[in-house]
Each structure stands twice: as structure tokens, then as C-alpha cells.
Write a protein that binds this ligand. Structure first.
Ligand code: NDP
Length: 459
């Protein structure tokens, strides 16, 4: 008989917390999960899932235009925003139900409310105090906005997913994952979109060719790219807001959405008070076993700010429970994690960007192919794509693969396996392409970009 109420109490029922808890439960641990909002977390309720559904829907007007090239006679199409939000929310309710079932089927006890850590083995929720051998912090992150006068008039991705009306014009601030995805979504449904950000191109930190190509393609879709500036103040207007930019421009729009990063949700959780070390931005410092500086307190997912992606949190959750509840020590591997940005066109990426590879390996070979998707050859659609391989010259290993273009997210998953298996350029070359596809470019690139190897695509 344990001296605690539970073997494990998890705070936060998002992707990572649920995976860890239900696995621990299935291995016989007595587990409780505390959730403040609804089981499912950011990915299911406020991120990946609703976002991707809105991305799917936003493609239809362009598809209808493209259809004309294939002989389809199409008329005017109308969109019912209310129905979109309703059907999307119905799907989220269904997924929430699945998450609840997963927990219950694993024997996990659910508590609703805000969990706070009282001591290394005690968590308070509502008027209860629960004790556990171990506490797992899986509270994720939350959008942050800079301190700009009038910022209270701005929304974040949380609200953007549930707007009652589609804005005719929206300003999106930022140029990371969320900003470019939402700019594409609103543009696809017909809004006028101004993407305002402080860098010179979108997606800082990504490969330069990806950044150049995506910035240019987004502009072609009619997104007004406003680089190298930011709003200095926001005021309410009759239509919605006036955004006064530092470059002197004033934009009037129905909404202004900030996608300027997310911060770990640790405020008021009681962690620092019980001795858990946090970083400057509030994330929980953990070792390779996801253990914090207090031995009985663990953390995983976005709250640890390692790689803030759902599948990474799920992998961390699995490793946690395998190690502690199934006598199978596993620590998460954060190398060569593939990811996608569901911009329009989408981006798929795995491994190192050119600048990172150059820094790590010195001598590298770079292969780049630009292409016009076959799907668009009979249409007026000007969208183009780009694929890029980065190879360490000494070992000939492919150390980075990047793509902008149709199906990039689907294609990069398979390339991710090859890179994880340390495939060489010769392995890629020995693979026969699937014809006719865009993916085959990855195995047919033969010409190295001549030096000096500076990013050139879309110059
Ligand atoms: P990102 O870190 O990707 O981007 C933040 C953006 O905000 C950047 O353009 C950054 O500019 C800008 N920014 C930061 N601070 C300020 C400021 N004070 N004023 C103005 N601009 C600012 O964050 P997101 O919010 O887009 O996404 C958060 C995380 O969520 C991502 O990093 C990713 O891990 C995850 N995510 C993954 C998705 C996927 O897998 N498809 C989808 C959505 C989110 P600068 O570049 O100049 O620093």
C-alpha cells in the first residue's frame, strides 16, 4: 500500500500528459489527471486539429478556380462561416470524447480545475489536496503578445479559431508557424490579409530558400507581406481596428491577430516555490528523463520548451511512462524531428537548414530543384515549389531536406525516415522515383548548386 493517494498525478491533459498518464495507468499505476479546461489540450482543441481543418476548407476556392483548366464549368461559390465553425466544433467535441475515453479505459481518475503544486508530493485542485509519489507537469503553453498600446484590441490564434464572422480584412502580426498558417487560412476563405512582421522574410530560423520561396508564394496568393516593421499602436475603429505601423503605414482591418510566440504555462503553478528550476521564459528545466530539479516532479511537452510539437510531447510521454512504470528506460530523441508548416503552399522540413549544416559540417553539398506542380500545368495557378537536400561532403550523409509545395507535409515524413537512418546521397540516388510525382525530385537531384553556395532560389 503506497503512502500517497496516487502513484502519479499529471497536471494538464494535452497530448503529452494524456499519453503519459494512460500508459502509466495501463501498466498498473494509480493515476490522476487534473485539467483546467477540457481534455485534449492545445493540439486537439486550439491548435493542430482545428487549424488543419480550417486549412483544408480554405483550399476550395482555389481548387474551384483550378478546375476551370480541366474543363469544369463552375459558377460562383458561397461560403457559410457559421457552418464551418459549427462542424469544426462538433469534431472537436468528438475528439474530446475520445480523449476522455482513453483516460477512463486506462483507469485514470479525472479532476477538473486548476492544479497547483503545494509540495514535492502534493497537488491542490479546488478545495482538495491530493498526494502522489510523482507529479508530472504537462501544462503546455499559451500565446504571448508584446506590450503595445492598444494590444487589448488584438486576438490570438485561440480566438481566431472561433470567430463568429470571417473578417473581410485581418492583420496578422508575426511570421512564425502560426502567423503564416493563419494568414493562408484567412486568405483562402477570401479575407484581405496583411502579414506584418519584423524580419525581412517569413519563418526566421528555417532554411533561407524555404523562407524566400514561401514569402514569394504567399505574396502571389495575394497576402500583403509587410516586412521589417511592426504595429507601434493599435486603436479601435468603426470597422474594428487601426494598426499604426512603425513604417508610417496605417491599416484599418476588422481584426488584428498576434502570433508572436507562446510561453510555458507555469505562472502561478507553485513550481519555483517548491524548488523546481525554471528558465528565464518560465519553462521547466528537465534532464533527459524529463525529471526536474525536484526528483519527484517531472515535466514534458511545451512546458519544457524543448521542441514544441505534439508528436514530440507524445514521444516524451511514452518515454516517461516506459521508464518509470514499465521498467523499460527510454529517453526521448530530439534529433532530426521532421515537421511541417501548413502554410499555402505548405512546408516540410527535416534535419539541418543550410546555415546550420554549414556551421556544423563546414563543407556541404547543396542540391536544389524548383518546380511547377504538375497539377497546375493546365491551370492559371502560378504556384511553384522548391525541394532542397543538404549533404555533408565528408560522409555524404543527407543532413537536411526541405520542401515548399503541394503535399510537402506528407512527403517529408518518408524522407524523415531516410534521414533518421542516416541515408547517404548515394542511397537517395539509388532509389527509383515514383512517377509522375513531386516527391520523385528528392531522388533525382543530381546537380550540386555551384559555390559560393548562397541561397539563390527565387532571386
Ligand atoms: P514562432 O516562435 O514560430 O514565431 C513567433 C513569431 O513572432 C516570429 O515571427 C517572431 O519574430 C515574432 N515575435 C516574437 N516576439 C515578438 C515581439 N515581441 N514583437 C513582434 N514579433 C515578435 O511562434 P508561433 O507562435 O508561431 O508558434 C509557437 C510554436 O508552436 C512554434 O514554434 C511551433 O513549435 C509550434 N507550432 C507548430 C505548428 C506545426 O507544427 N505546424 C503549428 C503551430 C505552432 P522573429 O522571427 O523576428 O523572432
Amino acid at each position: 500500500m503506497t503512502k500517497y493517494d496516487y502513484d502519479l498525478i499529471t497536471i494538464g491533459a494535452g497530448s503529452g500528459g494524456v499519453r503519459a498518464s494512460r500508459l502509466a495507468g495501463s501498466y498498473g499505476a494509480k493515476v490522476a489527471v487534473i485539467e483546467e479546461v477540457r481534455e485534449g489540450g492545445t493540439c486537439v482543441l486550439r491548435g493542430c486539429v482545428p487549424k488543419k481543418l480550417l486549412v483544408y476548407g480554405s483550399h476550395y476556392p482555389e481548387e474551384v478556380e483550378d478546375a476551370a483548366g480541366y474543363g469544369w464549368k463552375t459558377g460562383r461559390i458561397d461560403h457559410d462561416w457559421t457552418r464551418l465553425i459549427e462542424t469544426k466544433n462538433k469534431e472537436l467535441d468528438r475528439l474530446h470524447g475520445i480523449y476522455v475515453n482513453l483516460l477512463e479505459n486506462a483507469g485514470v481518475r479525472r479532476y477538473h480545475g486548476r492544479g497547483t503544486v503545494v509540495d514535492p508530493h502534493t497537488v491542490a485542485v479546488g478545495d482538495k489536496c491530493l498526494t502522489a509519489d510523482r507529479i508530472l507537469i504537462a501544462v503546455g503553453g499559451w500565446p504571448t503578445m508584446p506590450d503595445v498600446p492598444g494590444i487589448n484590441h488584438a486576438i490570438t490564434s485561440n480566438e481566431a479559431l472561433d470567430l463568429r464572422e470571417r473578417p473581410d480584412r485581418i492583420v496578422v502580426v508575426g511570421s512564425g508557424y502560426i502567423a503564416v498558417e493563419f494568414a493562408g487560412i484567412f486568405r483562402g476563405y477570401g479575407s484581405e490579409v496583411d502579414l506584418v512582421f519584423r524580419a525581412d522574410k517569413v519563418l526566421r530560423g528555417f532554411d533561407e530558400d524555404v523562407r524566400k520561396v514561401l514569402s514569394a508564394e504567399m505574396a502571389k496568393k495575394g497576402i500583403n507581406i509587410v516586412a521589417n516593421t511592426l504595429p507601434e499602436r493599435i486603436e479601435k475603429s468603426e470597422a474594428g481596428v487601426h494598426a499604426y505601423l512603425k513604417n508610417g503605414e496605417v491599416i484599418e482591418a476588422n481584426q488584428i491577430m498576434y502570433a508572436t510566440g507562446r510561453a510555458p504555462n507555469t505562472k502561478g503553478l507553485g513550481l519555483a516555490e517548491v524548488g523546481v528550476e525554471l528558465t528565464a521564459n518560465g519553462s521547466v528545466k528537465v534532464n533527459r528523463w524529463s525529471q526536474s530539479s525536484v526528483p519527484s516532479i517531472y515535466a514534458l511537452g511545451d512546458v519544457t520548451d524543448r521542441i514544441n510539437l505534439t508528436p514530440v510531447a507524445i514521444a516524451e510521454g511514452r518515454c516517461f511512462s516506459e521508464t518509470l512504470y514499465n521498467d523499460n528506460p527510454l529517453s526521448p530523441d530530439h534529433d532530426d524531428v521532421p515537421s511541417a508548416v501548413f502554410s499555402q503552399p505548405p512546408v516540410g522540413t527535416v534535419g539541418l537548414a543550410e546555415h546550420e549544416a554549414r556551421e556544423k559540417y563546414g563543407a556541404i553539398d547543396v542540391y536544389v530543384a524548383e518546380f511547377r506542380p504538375m497539377k497546375y500545368t493546365l491551370t492559371e495557378n502560378p504556384e511553384r515549389g522548391m525541394q532542397k537536400l543538404i549533404v555533408d561532403q565528408v560522409s555524404q550523409r543527407v543532413v537536411g531536406a526541405h520542401m515548399v509545395g503541394v503535399d510537402a507535409a506528407e512527403i517529408i515524413q518518408g524522407i524523415g525516415i531516410a534521414i533518421k537512418m542516416k541515408a547517404t546521397k548515394a542511397d537517395f540516388d539509388a532509389t527509383i522515383g515514383v512517377h509522375p510525382t513531386a516527391a520523385e525530385e528528392f531522388v533525382t537531384m543530381r546537380d550540386k548548386r555551384p559555390g559560393p553556395q548562397k541561397a539563390r532560389v527565387a532571386d
